[in-house]
Design a protein around this ligand. Structure first.
Ligand SMILES: Nc1nc2c(ncn2[C@@H]2O[C@H](COP(=O)(O)OP(=O)(O)OP(=O)(O)O)[C@@H](O)[C@H]2O)c(=O)[nH]1
Ligand SMILES: [Mg+2]
Length: 304
């Protein structure tokens, strides 16, 4: 089953991103450090070919640090500058600025040679919804210039944020692509809040993610929900135990899985279960080249 959430404002934003490309010096793409494969838009990758770029592995504070480090290495090997950031606490942002300066140095020197003073570096920030583009812009400009919220689809128009310093930042609406086909990708996007909550069943997202965590991070589930993953229980029984232990029950002591799904997803998204990565470079069959289904889909690099 495809997910099709490609409203008019996303199609328009994609067109405008394409049009604005010649007016910016470089592009920052944000993805979610917990799902660096699923949270990259193949259509953006195609549009951005040839433009200097930085991939920000954002929300790195919520991801497993060892896994994020591996992603960074794997991306670097494929020629892409990837920097883990926490845009709220502003960690990693200094590295982003210094890389932006490095990537535009040649252009600055050419301007200087012609006797011109280089204007502030113009950066367009793009990515799928809810990956923290606006939060990153606020972090880089040290003020709350762009609207942010914990739901996808907040920014609706491209808009320039001038920092008064060495950067000019162009915020853009989160863009997806028509027909998100892979089930795991859909579930990962939903689990991290990148797609609207009503597009998939909360119970299904919670159950699939709970099972993934039972396999990758059983100790975190054990600590948070006082369950015993090592005991001879099925995944569903473990999840029911977790629901009961958190007081999600209906009459007769039965687990209320609908209520637990909402609670579990909220805790997962806010990092209360612990630092979790749902996609691991060493476990995925696919390397971070592209997530399009077409066979010729390898020309996605932000970094050229
Ligand atoms: N923990 C954590 N939360 C973050 C980080 N960056 C952003 N957020 C939160 O993620 C949510 C989405 O952030 P936004 O900046 O609105 O995301 P966006 O990419 O601009 O979203 P759209 O405009 O809808 O495309 C907000 O609740 C932010 O506070 C981060 O690095 N770490
Ligand atoms: Mg935004």
């Amino acid at each position: 089953m495809n997910i099709n959430w490609f409203p008019g404002h996303m199609a328009r934003a994609l067109r405008e991103i394409r049009q604005m490309l010649s007016q910016v010096d470089l592009v920052i793409e944000t993805c979610d450090a917990r799902i660096p494969l699923s949270s990259r838009n193949p259509e953006l990758a195609q549009i951005l070919q040839g433009k200097p770029g930085i991939l920000v592995l954002n929300k790195a504070d919520l991801a497993d640090p060892a896994v994020t480090q591996r992603w960074q290495e794997v991306y670097r090997q494929s020629g892409l500058n990837a920097i883990p950031c926490d845009s709220i606490r502003r960690s990693g942002l200094r590295q982003v600025v210094s890389l932006a300066q490095q990537l535009t140095r040649e252009k600055q020197e050419r301007a200087k040679a012609k006797g011109r003073v280089f204007r502030p570096i113009r950066i367009m920030v793009v990515g799928i919804p809810n990956t923290g583009k606006s939060a990153l812009i606020n972090g880089l400009s040290s003020r709350k210039a762009a609207l942010t919220a914990d739901k996808p689809g907040v920014t609706r128009h491209l808009s320039w944020i001038r920092t008064g310093g060495q950067l000019e930042l162009l915020d853009s609406p989160g863009v997806l692509w028509p027909k998100i086909a892979g089930r795991q990708q859909q579930l990962h996007l939903a689990a991290t809040g990148a797609i609207r909550d009503d597009l998939l069943s909360q119970e299904e997202i919670a159950a699939a993610t709970f099972i993934e965590l039972l396999s990758c991070y059983p100790q975190l589930l054990q600590q948070r929900y006082k369950i015993d993953p090592a005991a001879d229980r099925t995944s569903l029984q473990n999840m029911e135990d977790a629901a009961r232990n958190r007081g999600c029950m209906i009459s007769g002591g039965k687990a209320d899985m609908t209520r637990f799904a909402v609670l579990f997803l909220d805790e997962l998204r806010n990092g209360r279960i612990g630092r979790i990565s749902l996609e691991h470079p060493d476990r995925e069959p696919e390397k971070p080249k592209d997530n399009r289904s077409e066979p010729d889909a390898n020309a996605d690099k932000l970094e050229r």
